[in-house]
Write a new protein. Structure first.
Length: 231
């Protein structure tokens, strides 16, 4: 049996670009013929009549097959219609969301022979059940972490809080991806990177990604290399 190869892609919040980064990383793994599994166990804001807009559809689509609802349920068993915190969505929709069920499912899907990519829902402290959060799930899966953050006013504070929580849980951070996903004329991504580097007491790899950046593919290649070498 090989060593644990669980990778958790998380973020400081929602709409930061987790799925965008996940999909780009998976495409690069495909290019390199690296074996992997990819899952998004919990998904809020799922419209059964418009599955193409869902994160899970985008993850599955990298294999150039047209995903069906059954395929989505294979990688995302906990689907909620309302675009709100999963635990609240579960209550409102009379569905079950129990931490131990999610953990057990993820453990069953964890294959120590290949890389297992788990994408979170929202930020790393999103509650699953009572006091149990996604951070607990990362810890119980013994995952290494990729932290996707934004480039906006307040991003550095949110990022440092997330790093402290991950370090307190003794989780290895593979890298931090600053995703320039917002139109900020007055916040330079290089300034965000510089401020983070000077504020982190332990050296952590920081990578920058920009949707329109001609160097995006280079960044994604390096991020993917970080992940592969950590396994």
């Amino acid at each position: 049996m090989g060593k644990n190869k669980n990778i958790f892609i998380t973020s400081t919040g929602t709409n930061i670009g987790k799925t965008y980064c996940t999909v780009e990383i998976l495409k690069e793994m495909l290019n390199r013929k690296v074996l992997f599994n990819a899952y998004k166990p919990i998904l809020s804001g799922f419209d059964i009549y418009n599955i193409k807009d869902s994160d899970s559809y985008k993850i599955l689509k990298i294999n150039n097959k047209e995903p069906e609802i059954e395929d989505i349920k294979e990688i995302s068993p906990w689907l909620f219609e309302k675009p709100i915190a999963p635990s609240i969505a579960a209550k409102k929709e009379n569905k079950s969301l129990k931490y131990n069920d999610v953990l057990e499912w993820c453990l069953k899907k964890s294959d120590n022979n290949i890389i297992n990519i788990f994408e979170g829902a929202g930020g790393l402290m999103v509650p699953i059940e009572k006091i149990k959060t996604l951070l607990d799930l990362m810890k119980d899966l013994n995952s290494k972490v990729v932290l996707v953050v934004g480039n906006y006013l307040g991003s550095v504070s949110h990022t440092l809080s997330a790093i402290k929580n991950l370090q307190h849980a003794n989780l290895q951070i593979i890298n931090i991806i600053i995703n320039e996903n917002t139109n900020n004329d007055y916040i330079d991504i290089k300034d965000t990177e510089s401020l983070l580097l000077s504020s982190i007491n332990k050296k952590i790899i920081i990578r920058k990604v920009n949707y329109g950046d001609k160097f995006k593919s280079i960044s994604i290649k390096k991020i993917t290399e970080d992940i592969i070498s950590s396994c």
